[in-house]
Design a protein. Structure first.
Length: 418
């Protein structure tokens, strides 16, 4: 019993350290939106230019995820996430000293590149360090911390800007990231499982080199193009297309379709976000009890798709609208830990970094396409197609999930590819 309690405490410490860094990474995604009016005034630029700042960050983060994943598998997650968080915090802090728009742009793009370390490194560390029977809850806590980062960014940045100014706000938050990078780096004893996994990978590479086997990067490329990983990539893309459009255009679409009051639409969107965070926590327990089962995806995605269709097809009263939207968010969050557990099950040991980097690249790039697609629909087509398209993409996500599980010996094929 004492041994079990000590193991649980150790797992909580690992998840806590990794999740706090993940929270900061999501915070940095939204570090500029709360202060855009202040930037517009001081830098004398339009909102199109300011939007380009955030697009530059997102595109850099999406493009560089896969290469960083290979670095994680080669050098270990602790080193990569420590360096990445330090550099991102440094870039954010220096943005507070920027003397013009282009300096701000360059620094924020560099911050986007540094932000790429978190998903590949975090998942590699958690998969190596946390026992399988508690891995679902570890993934759910990690996901939940990202939601907390999104929720804190507007409040914290606006508050710091009021107390001091936007420059001080950026420097303070950047300094926090730099400091916490040091905390992660000095957790070598706590993250020893990750270090042991790295040692095993180095020994395997030495053995392959001595025997004249194929280079590791070629093996990694074959892994990423294997059927289970490609279907996981499509699953990530479909989920992003299905739910990101709802989050981005929900308020505007309800106004166009039903003249929904702004306060009501925003309340429903807030309910979606909060319920999604709660769903993530519940999903961790579910994933640990059931594993990555198709039944979990069927129940959650079919029900979530149905709620989206209801919202897009019928005008609802305020209370019903908030309730149905919250149910959709909860169902989406409930599936996320199972999604991550599925990825772990089909990924060979020592390859979690490159696989999560590859999948995150697809997710980030898809999130960059969503505003264009859904914006076009809202401008030139029937607004109900916002919800209908979301339901179609959610259905596609279900089909890709079941394809991964149906692939013969998915984990074995992936292991051979690695």
């Amino acid at each position: 019993m004492a041994r079990f309690a000590a193991d649980v405490v150790r797992d909580v410490r690992i998840v806590g350290v990794i999740s706090f860094g993940h929270m900061l990474s999501h915070f940095y995604f939204l570090v500029l939106p709360p202060i855009l009016p202040l930037l517009k005034s001081e830098l004398d630029v339009g909102y199109v230019a300011l939007g380009a700042l955030m697009s530059g960050f997102a595109l850099a983060a999406g493009i560089m995820q896969t290469p960083v994943g290979f670095l994680v598998d080669r050098y270990g997650g602790r080193l990569v996430v420590s360096v990445g968080l330090f550099l991102e915090g440094l870039c954010i802090a220096c943005m507070g000293l920027a003397d013009g728009f282009w300096a701000l742009m360059g620094l924020y793009i560099a911050a986007g590149v540094a932000n790429t370390v978190f998903h590949p490194a975090d998942y590699a560390i958690l998969a190596a360090a946390i026992p399988r029977q508690r891995l679902g809850r570890a993934f759910s806590a990690h996901l939940f911390s990202g939601n907390i980062g999104f929720a804190l960014a507007p409040v914290v940045m606006a508050g710091l800007a009021v107390v001091w100014d936007w420059r001080a706000a950026l420097m303070i938050m950047g300094a926090i990231g730099m400091a916490f990078a040091g905390v992660i780096w000095f957790q070598g004893a706590l993250l020893d499982d990750d270090m042991r996994a790295r040692t095993a990978r180095l020994a395997e590479r030495a053995r392959r080199a001595a025997s004249g086997a194929a280079p590791s990067h070629a093996e990694g490329a074959r892994l990423l193009t294997s059927l289970p990983i490609v279907m996981c990539l499509l699953f990530f893309i479909m989920m992003t297309l299905g739910f990101s459009g709802i989050k981005g255009f929900y308020v505007a679409t309800l106004g166009v379709l039903y003249d929904t009051p702004l306060a009501t639409a925003n309340a429903a969107l807030t309910a979606f976000m909060l319920a999604s965070a709660l769903g993530v926590l519940a999903g961790g327990v579910l994933a640990d009890r059931l594993g990555a089962r198709v039944s979990t995806a069927v129940v959650t995605l079919v029900a979530a798709g149905a709620t989206v269709l209801v919202i897009g097809s019928f005008p609802l009263g305020a209370i019903m609208l908030i309730a149905v939207t919250a149910a959709s968010g909860f169902l989406q969050g409930l599936l996320m830990p199972t999604r991550d557990l599925l990825v772990r099950e089909i990924t060979p040991d020592g390859s979690m970094g490159k696989v999560m980097g590859f999948l995150s690249s697809g997710m980030m790039l898809a999130s960059g396409l969503v505003p264009i697609l859904y914006g076009w629909v809202l401008d030139y087509a029937d607004g109900r197609w916002i919800f209908w398209l979301s339901a179609i993409f959610i259905t596609g996500a279900l089909l890709t999930f079941t394809t991964v599980r149906a692939a013969p010996d998915a984990g074995g094929e992936a292991a051979k590819a690695a």
